[in-house]
Ligand binder design. Structure first.
Ligand code: CO
Length: 432
């Protein structure tokens, strides 16, 4: 199967960060990685391949070199996306026979694309089991909800700019009075009794698979490209790499879209806890760990804004990434992006060696742009970091668009990074 088909498969089967982490864990296991549990003592040997999960929604995979590591080479991306989350009291009482789902917004979502689109439900459910409470992933894998637009005849100004009130406009229609309950559908899907469902963390997702399109199938559209395209590109590159004397790692975090501040987010101790514990399990001490931190590099991969075909005025005058133009290096004077001359040179060198094109992104000087997970993880592990991403359109829509050629550029540069060894010197650095 080609890379884009595999990417679309991964996205289709990863409706939530829980599912993405489970799919990554399965791919790692198939490639000889074994899981370390945070609640257990870790035994690690040179040459081992391991992964660690926190909350079932963030995951870090590490490849330990044959000799004591000379530093860390890491790539990070995020598995969550803006969406509608179901409140615990999701089904509302009937109104004119209609049962609607009670929801709230997760992250900075574009609301309009969610309307008139078949939606399904996925997430994590806590179930009373024989040996205590069991956490189970659920995906209904069929359309069960839809948020209908109001007809133009009932709102003649609908095309003159519309605001969306989550409390009113974004409630999905789910069933009619007397129909099956949400818990009944969850119980059936999980093979448990309805009364054994203790709690739920559920979200809506647009039902259906992404696709390639365009005169030459040069475009790729799917839900959650931000940042599952980054996650998948980093995963493929990580698995394909060989031969680094650095400890190489893939870090996939949940909760980037809501500020990273959860116990499994990039602004938690997850990464530093994992790196420290692995180093100590290898017999290194705090000083050896800190020497590795000082000789390290992090590639923070989160999708970037391509120039919009109808609204190019929102782009900078010179830094104008396009779809299929290669990986984007992101800069910001106020350091919302971490890229500086050191990390930019390192990344450009990597790309140059293997012929991967590099584009540059800066915000228009009068527009305040986004943040990424790169800079927040730095408060826990201080690494040289480059903020990069694949160019895309319609970021935070529930159906986003990217270039069909760009995923392989990310895979190649991540593979190249993880096949090298970084040596920093007072004068600069070398990538061997
Ligand atoms: Co993102």
């Amino acid at each position: 199967m080609d890379l884009n088909s595999k990417l679309l498969d991964f996205i289709e089967h990863s409706p939530t960060a829980f599912h993405a982490a489970a799919n990554i864990a399965a791919a790692l296991t198939a490639n000889g990685y074994h899981e370390l549990l945070e609640t257990e003592v870790w035994t690690v040997s040179p040459g081992d391949r391991v992964f660690i999960r926190r909350n079932g929604s963030s995951i870090i995979a590490l490849r330990i070199p044959e000799r004591p590591p000379v530093g860390f080479l890491l790539a990070a991306a995020h598995a969550d996306s803006p969406s509608l989350r179901l409140k615990e009291t999701a089904p509302l009482p009937p109104l004119d026979s209609y049962i609607r789902l009670n929801v709230e917004k997760y992250g900075g979502m574009l609301c309009a694309p969610w309307l008139d689109r078949p939606l399904s439900i996925a997430g994590r459910v806590a179930v009373r089991g024989g040996r205590g409470v069991e956490l189970r992933l659920v995906d209904l894998v069929r359309p069960v909800a839809l948020i209908p637009n109001l007809a133009i005849h009932m709102d003649r100004s609908a095309n003159e700019g519309k605001s969306y009130e989550a409390h009113v406009d974004m409630l999905p229609l789910f069933s009619q009075a007397g129909g099956r309950s949400l818990d009944a559908l969850l119980a059936e899907s999980l093979g448990v009794r309805e009364e054994d469902i203790l709690s739920r963390e559920l979200q809506l997702y647009p039902f259906g698979r992404g696709m390639l399109w365009g005169a030459d199938e040069e475009f790729l559209s799917a839900p959650r490209l931000d940042d599952l395209q980054g996650v998948y590109g980093c995963l493929e590159g990580f698995l394909a790499a060989e031969g680094s004397a650095s400890l190489t790692g893939l870090c996939v975090f949940d909760n980037e879209e809501v500020g990273n501040g959860t116990r499994q987010g990039a602004d938690s101790t997850f990464l530093s806890d994992v790196l420290r514990r692995v180093c100590f399990a290898l017999g290194m001490d705090e000083s050896a760990y800190l020497r590795c931190v000082a000789n390290s590099f992090l590639l923070s991969a989160d999708n970037a804004h391509a120039v919009h075909p109808n609204h190019s005025e929102h782009a900078d005058r010179a830094d104008r990434p396009v779809l299929n133009g290669g990986v984007v290096l992101k800069y910001n004077a106020n350091r919302h992006y971490t890229t500086d001359s050191v990390s930019a040179a390192l990344f450009s060198e990597l790309c140059g060696r293997i012929g991967v094109p590099v584009q540059r992104y800066t915000n228009r000087a009068d527009i305040r742009g986004g943040w990424t997970l790169g800079h927040v993880s730095l408060s826990h592990v201080s690494l040289d970091t480059a903020d990069i991403g694949l160019p895309q359109l319609a970021m935070h829509s529930c159906y986003e668009t990217a270039g069909a050629k760009d995923t392989q550029y990310l895979v190649r540069v991540v593979r190249e990074l993880f096949s090298r060894t970084l040596r920093k010197t007072p004068e600069g650095f070398s990538l061997l």
